[in-house]
Design a protein around this ligand. Structure first.
Ligand SMILES: [Zn+2]
Length: 248
């Protein structure tokens, strides 16, 4: 029996070889969020699905949804993002970004925010107006926020005031005003002094519309502090070793 075909638009996040000629793809799609799809026979070089069943390809797919397995019937390539595979650094960073996208998305959920984040991140990698290490920290911070783990950076965690936010506690997950900063107490909660530039960077990355997300730069000093915060915040909340992170 021929099942109804479903069109999907999305990016191939990862590819896993199955048997001799097949692949299992994890696709981040507009319509179904993260979805696993089997592509039969596609590892033969002359197979029509050979080109579309590679990591980091943006396609329109036609799939058949089964009770337990989805099958890929056809695919039309929309973009291959060639600059992501141009040099070693780009390969490492784009692999890391797609690994994070796979980790922080859930099958069957609406994940268009993270799909769009991936698009603007790849665009930023093409433009290279800011460095790859800064793109990485912005991406990490924003994907955590979409996942539901965000820092409160707009008002004091204790009293809600929006002025004099000069202290951040990574452990408590946000900023404190000068009246309340003594309440952080415990030094294991990583209290850090915030400069206005650093606070602005944290607020900008938390709230900027995605098409403006990478349209700013930081001095080396502010970048180092920003990177430190994102790294520690992520380590605190994400108990997972990412394979591709080791290459960065
Ligand atoms: Zn306060």
């Amino acid at each position: 029996m021929m099942r109804d075909q479903v069109p999907l638009t999305g990016i191939v996040l990862s590819v896993f070889p199955i048997g001799e000629n097949d692949r299992r793809l994890t696709i981040l799609s507009k319509e179904r969020g993260k979805i696993q799809v089997f592509a039969r026979g596609c590892r033969k070089p002359n197979h029509p699905l050979f080109g579309a069943t590679q990591p980091l390809i943006y396609c329109e797919f036609m799939i058949s949804e089964g009770r337990s397995v989805n099958y890929l019937n056809s695919a039309e390539i929309r973009d291959t993002f060639p600059w992501l595979k141009e040099d070693y650094d780009s390969i490492c960073y784009s692999s890391y970004f797609s690994e994070l996208a796979e980790y922080f998305t859930v099958e069957g959920m609406d994940e268009r925010n993270i799909l769009n984040l991936l698009f603007v991140t790849f665009k930023a990698m093409e433009k290279r107006q800011i460095s790859l290490p800064l793109i990485r920290r912005i991406y990490e911070y924003r994907i955590l926020a979409f996942y539901g783990i965000g820092l409160e950076v707009f008002s004091c965690l204790s009293c809600g005031r929006e002025e004099d936010l000069n202290t951040l506690s990574i452990g408590q997950g946000g900023v404190f005003c000068d009246n309340c900063r003594d309440k952080i107490g415990d030094t294991r909660l990583h209290p850090a002094a915030l400069t206005p530039a650093l606070l602005y960077a944290l607020q900008y990355v938390a709230a900027a519309p995605l098409n403006k997300l990478y349209a700013f730069n930081l001095t080396e000093e502010v970048f180092a502090e920003f990177a430190w915060i994102v790294r520690h915040f992520m380590r605190l909340h994400v108990d997972h070793a990412f394979r591709s992170e080791k290459m960065l």
